[in-house]
Write a protein that binds this ligand. Sequence first.
Ligand code: ATP
Ligand code: ZN
Ligand code: MG
Ligand code: MG
Length: 467
Amino acid sequence: MEVDKMDENDWKYHGEGNKSLVVSHVQLSRVLRLLKYPAEDSENPPQTAEQAFRQIQNIVDFSSNVMSSLLGEKFIHSGEVVKLPLEFVRQLSIKVQHQRPVWRCDKVMDIYSGCALCLPNLTSPGLHQQTHTPPLCIEIKPKCGFLPSPKHVSKDIKTKVCRFCMHQHYKVANGKWKRRSLYCPLDLFSGNRQRMHFAIRHLIEEPQNNFKIFKGGQCIYSSKEGSDDSLDLNSLLHHLRPYFLYGNNRINGHMTSKALLSDFIQVLVNALLSGGGGGEVTDRRGEGRSFCEASLYNKERIRHGSQGLPSDSVLFRILQTQMLDSLDIEGLYPLYCRVEQHLQDFPKERTRLQIDGPYNEAFLEKLQKCSTEDDGSVEFAAAKVHQYRVAMTAKDCSIMVALVPSGEEEDDDEGLSAQRRLFRPPAFSCSVSILDLDPKPFDSIPRQLRLDQKIVSCYLRTGSLPK
Ligand code: ATP
Ligand code: ZN
Ligand code: MG
Ligand code: MG
């Protein structure tokens, strides 16, 4: 990709989140991730080109030096900052505007800095080696998979109902979504296949911004509000069917929709539990903190079946990193205030404490070597804040599971008996990545506390009412 010969016709709209807009190359397996900012500021950008460059470089450093070490290098693609011609960016923004979902248009794409993050396109792995059947990629934004410890929270409900489930009530009460999602992250992170299956079924039913499916790099399934493609389970099943021709539950050569969906979820569960090596299954410490009372999963069934995640699985690594938030926002906030006060008294300390980076080995060391005892120092407080921010990133990241159909060799098929062909399980080679690993700003912590209070009080008013 030659940066000085960029042509907007080679790029198309791919997707967006709250902070960035992503375009993909029509031939190469590449995406550009561009910053967004509030539409009110569209005339005067909130930062200079140099600041935008710094911000994206910080994202790359945070991902490659901090998150990759915590989550496992094999899952991470940090990408690189690129400087693009402004004319290209302007044309691109005009080109993609009409494809953007309306509910995301409170923000505009940055067309002033010319900076972007260039990443491999994780939804079209090996675009070059065209197979008969394009790869299927499933994106899951799992959110927080554990309950906070009772030691640090002021409201008992926070130790019983998980943050995601409480937040659902808040989002519906505030009109963000029309329906509540019955997905519960604690089920997904349980390591129990049945519970994980249950969680993914609810992600499919109400994807919101937690679930998307791509086929050959195109989004074919996501929430109605979140995409121009409409949410249609039948059309999803139609897309999936060719991938699961050899399912086990066929009746007279036809696979029922239920069996098809179940096979698909099974493949996904396998990918989420796989780790390459045969990592041992860890017994979850704090057993009592891994079940959410709001989950509709039958509690009686939890007592049976295995608990815990293989230690080399993507879910285990994400959960471990999320758990660096050991104090909950309520326990952390006083430490944030200690740092904040110190910075007001000694503004120059901001650099030494690495509040806004640089995100290098020294930063990682600060948060990993943090003592368990509070010695009253600003260093301890800053390290806890660093840990909390890293955990926030792990609570907000997405997992991309790429399934590339394998065993497509037709001549091999000829040799198989009809019987064997019928019962052959779907064969995929799968690869798992983690994306969206931006550092969360230091100043966002007071907002986190206020949001937490609003969510909890909303839940206490509306959520715990008998159904
Ligand atoms: P959020 O609101 O979740 O914080 P964000 O604004 O930080 O999102 P991303 O999640 O990084 O942005 O990107 C938005 C979407 O673009 C993703 O949900 C994903 O569908 C797509 N995307 C991002 N990076 C890649 C990639 N490397 N390959 C393929 N698709 C990608
Ligand atoms: Zn829950
Ligand atoms: Mg995202
Ligand atoms: Mg993000």
